[in-house]
Design a protein around this ligand. Structure first.
Ligand code: TYD
Length: 209
């Protein structure tokens, strides 16, 4: 599980930040430039992890305790890493992942009380790897929320918990970025998608194989 030859890029941001669109646009641009790209997402990205996704994001939001939810997200990540991410990196591919461990640090670590010690311990024990580059699409939560609410679906998301929590989650992402400046690039997401996409490409380009 120590694939080093490819490039591992994650996208992070609050719900409605536009990070999923940007992950896709980066994948398109890199493929057009001749790179082999695997575009994937969390929770999910492998068969087992997609099953866990349904368990954590659908049904009664109080179904799991905060600790159980943390275990489920980590189980999904472990499966995704074993089955998809590590093999692709070992094969020299670029892996673009819509959310990774920073989402757990922010959402499970800080949204329902402070679980950050458990989050960090479990990450070290069971995941033990960080992306090479993490693109944080930064967005004003009020704008993010109105965008995210425009979507319908069966999945429960943190956007459903409202603006104050979204603000706290944004601050938590920005704090993580400050703590790991070598890995993070913070991109202002408040512009037309193609403008943001160009900012992302410029930021990722120096890391390309
Ligand atoms: P996602 O599909 O990225 O939602 P969106 O496209 O709306 O941003 O993620 C679904 C939800 O899962 C989102 O509210 C964040 C949450 N999540 C966690 O709480 N912990 C995690 O580790 C991950 C990967 C996601």
């Amino acid at each position: 599980m120590t694939g080093q030859s490819g490039l591992f890029v994650s996208f992070e941001g609050i719900d409605g930040s536009g990070k999923s669109t940007q992950a896709r646009l980066l994948a398109d641009a890199l493929r057009a430039a001749g790179h082999e790209v695997v575009l994937t997402r969390e929770p999910g990205g492998s068969d087992g992890a997609e099953e866990i996704r349904a368990l954590v994001l659908q049904g009664d939001p109080d179904r799991w305790s905060a600790e159980t939810e943390l275990l489920l997200f980590t189980a999904a990540r472990r499966d995704h890493l074993e089955r998809l991410i590590a093999p692709a990196l070992d094969a020299g591919k670029i892996v673009i992942c819509d959310r990774f461990a920073d989402s757990t640090r922010v959402y499970q670590g800080q949204s329902r009380g402070d679980l950050s010690t458990k989050v960090d311990a479990l990450h070290q024990l069971m995941i033990g790897r960080e992306p090479d580059v993490t693109v944080l699409i930064d967005m004003d939560p009020e704008k993010g929320l109105s965008r995210a609410k425009g979507r319908q679906g069966v999945e429960e998301r943190f956007e459903d918990f409202g603006l104050p929590l979204q603000r706290a989650m944004r601050d938590a992402f920005l704090a993580l970025a400050q703590k790991a400046p070598d890995r993070f690039v913070v991109i202002d997401g408040d512009a037309a998608p193609e403008v943001v996409a160009q900012r992302v490409l410029d930021a990722v380009r120096p890391a390309l194989p």
